[in-house]
Design a binder for this molecule. Structure first.
Ligand code: CA
Length: 707
């Protein structure tokens, strides 16, 4: 009987999809976005409920074995690709590294136009988690893309010519944008990121025709002396203490949004605190609204309506920016309009989307920061040891990579299951001594050196065996797992489910696969050469169904932990891969010659162990997030262990604290690190290069996997 609720919800969509044989008009209107036709994929989550579920059945559990590559397109990228393609009027729009937008024929892959925004790469040095982008939006005859340097740009959908280009950020702050805009009734809505470095988060709406800003909703309060923007900010300020505004407060809305047209509510997922460490950010505690919350606002005005906070007093980078899905479920015999989220903190939440009232929550992976969510109050019951700032460092599940990160989920109304790209990635949270706000780099108020990978092989292997990734099917009514499929480590791709009874997902170990939506049985998979983090989409043109995914491994996990990536991901060619039944296209032959030219790093510098240790400490907190733990790079950023810059003390100083490569996106750490410290970091990197922990070492502690 539980299924009735889902059927009621989906019936309108099913009828719309079956009844619409004709192609919707080229001009995208409210009606086009409200009634998603199956010949395209016109909004980020496939529909305003962000279900990422398609009613298409041409490709199904019976014929999935015949799926083959129809075409591929090289995105000219060797870094992370996180984009959801948008498909409309036979054209696919997909974004790649440095915000390049590619328009392709959705049937053949033939390029139609390419837009290369001139990115301010100095600003890109503020990107915590790779120079990635999650895709475009479409409205009218325009495509909208938001850039890593904080701009929102309108392009002519036919030609790629710029209609308008507006700055959405204060460039004096380390803001970046990686998210995809959403469009509601002619308003283009976008947030931003930067809470690792120190900003005040907000989401804004712009007129689709002119680029004029219509409203802005801040997610955390500013300095009361400047006056509050609205009543919600005044209310929120009562949950903060001390000079909370000094470091920005955080709360960036860098990814998830959803929209309910009947309730006229826009839902925004809000990020972590800045700095992470609450004892610095808000010294007397408090919930610190609206950090780590789902906030409902009016899409026309940005007016606050309700909020639900998943992690009160956030202090672990437990964002609630993760994917949110709207559904109508039957719970305890009653139909409920719900919003569902699996945020970083490891609990799956079902919330009443009319009121923000808590309905239920349960952990979907092992967690040790809280025992459970109190069913009366909807608040977590914390493990006291988790608040590390006045205690010992705490080994914790989940860590800042989250039990689920930005990688999209999907919801199949037929199975009633939410599919989650879940992971287990522990972390050691430790207090930073003598905190000061850095001008460059991260400001978390935690000491990353507690969480560095161990040096010896046995401990390293033991830690690596704790890193897990799985495709998890979750029953949101029973709040329990239906099935799970274990992957070769964390940080796998986003999801698509279809009425063909399938769930599609790419993986870190460079495969794209289809699973039975009811049982989790893997029905099909293909080697993709390159690891996948983005989510697939599907569309049907002239009776042929296509499954498309953008490959390109990257993001925070890859930047920070090259040494523990599954083998097989080192080759990183950004590509759109499009599959169809009977497809016979082949990827270009895999170029496996990854060996670098003869390179000799000097032996360990003649410095004391204390200098190396100081170098390691500074490396952990200023360098590792981009150049990799143990200076073992993923290949996304320069490998410092084999860099001419590392060999040359003067060049090293110019790059690190004189801004020599700022135009390439390398931050200038002048004022944050002094000359002695960067030389100690150099000594540490050279020591790592001579540690014997080489690629063979990391491969030898690999958990296996293919190829
Ligand atoms: Ca964060």
């Amino acid at each position: 009987m539980r299924a009735i609720g889902y059927l009621l919800l989906s019936s309108a969509l099913v009828l719309a999809a079956c009844g619409r044989k004709e192609t919707p008009p080229p001009k995208v209107t409210a009606q086009v976005l409200l009634n998603p036709a199956t010949d395209g994929w016109r909004s980020h989550g496939g529909d305003y409920s962000e279900t990422r579920h398609s009613t298409l059945t041409n490709i199904n559990t019976d014929n999935i074995g015949e799926l083959g590559l129809a075409w591929s397109y090289d995105l000219e990228s060797s870094r992370g690709i996180e984009a959801t393609p948008i498909i409309h009027n036979g054209v696919m729009y997909v974004t790649a590294t440095w915000n390049v937008v590619h328009a392709l024929d959705a049937v053949t892959g033939a390029p139609l136009w390419t837009f290369r925004p001139e990115i301010d790469k100095v600003q890109a040095g503020n990107a915590c988690c790779d120079i990635v982008n999650r895709g475009v939006a479409i409205w009218g005859n325009s495509i909208f893309t938001a850039t890593i340097d904080g701009r929102l740009i309108s392009l002519d959908a036919k030609t790629g010519d710029v209609n308008w280009d507006v700055l959405t950020i204060d460039k004096s702050g380390p803001y970046t944008i990686t998210g995809a805009p959403r469009v509601i009734d002619g308003k283009v809505i976008i947030g931003n990121g930067g809470a690792e470095l120190g900003v005040r988060g907000y989401v804004s709406a712009f007129d689709a025709d002119t680029g004029k800003q219509i409203w802005r909703f801040y997610t955390v309060p500013g300095n009361p002396a400047d006056g509050f923007e609205n009543d919600a900010m005044e209310m929120a300020s009562e949950t903060w203490t001390g000079e909370y505004w000094a470091a920005g407060g955080g709360g960036t809305a860098w990814d998830a949004m959803a929209y309910d047209p009947d309730l006229d509510l826009l839902y925004v997922g809000v990020g972590n605190g800045s700095p992470w460490n609450q004892s610095i950010r808000s010294p007397e505690g408090g919930d610190n609204l609206f950090l780590s919350s789902i906030v409902a606002v009016r899409p026309d005005t940005g007016e606050y309506v309700w909020h639900y906070q998943t992690t009160p007093g956030e202090t672990w980078d437990y964002t609630a920016t993760q994917h949110m899905i709207l559904a109508d479920l039957e719970i305890d015999g009653k139909p409920r309009k719900v919003i569902m989220q699996a945020p970083k903190n490891g609990f799956f939440y079902v919330i009443d989307r009319q009121t923000g009232a808590f309905i239920s929550a349960n952990n979907f992976v092992p967690v040790n920061w809280a025992t459970h969510i109190d069913q009366e109050t909807g608040r977590p019951v914390e493990n006291p040891a988790a608040r590390y700032y006045d205690k010992e460092p705490h080994f914790q599940l989940p860590g800042p990579l989250g039990a689920h990160n930005w990688h999209p989920m999907s919801f199949n109304p037929q199975t009633g299951l939410v599919y989650i790209p879940a992971q287990e990635a522990p972390w050691v949270y430790g207090n930073v001594k003598d905190y000061k706000q850095n001008a460059a780099g991260w400001n978390t108020g935690t000491d990353f050196s507690f969480a560095m990978l161990p040096d010896d092989k046995a401990t390293f292997k033991a830690l690596k065996s704790m890193l897990k990734g799985r495709l998890l099917a979750w029953d949101p009514v029973k709040q329990e797992q239906a099935w799970s499929f274990e992957h070769n480590g964390p940080w796998n791709g986003g999801l698509l489910s279809t009425a063909g009874g399938l769930v599609f997902q790419g993986t870190a170990d460079a495969h794209f696969a289809a699973y039975d939506a009811k049982t989790g049985e893997r029905k099909w998979r293909e080697f993709t050469q390159t690891g996948i983090v983005a989510a697939p989409v599907t569309y049907a043109i002239d009776g042929e169904q296509y499954i498309a995914v953008a490959a390109g491994y990257g993001g925070s996990y890859v930047l920070g932990f090259g040494g523990v990536m599954p083998s097989g991901s080192a080759f990183n060619t950004g590509r759109v891969l499009v599959f169809k039944t009977g497809g016979t296209a082949k990827l270009p032959a895999l170029d496996v010659d990854m060996a670098s030219a003869d390179f000799e790093m000097p032996k360990r510098l003649d410095v004391s162990a204390d200098v190396i240790a100081a170098g390691k400490q500074a490396y952990a907190n200023s360098c590792a997030a981009c150049h990799g733990d143990q200076a073992f790079a993923s290949g996304l950023t320069p490998n410092l262990r084999a860099s001419a810059v590392t060999k040359d003390a003067e060049l090293w100083r110019e790059v690190t604290i004189e801004g020599l490569l700022a135009e390439n996106g390398m931050p200038n750490f002048e004022g944050t690190l002094d000359a002695d410290t960067v030389e100690a970091v150099r000594a540490y990197v050279i020591a790592e290069a001579n540690s014997g922990r080489d690629k063979a070492f990391y491969d030898s502690v690999s958990l296996g996997g293919e190829p």
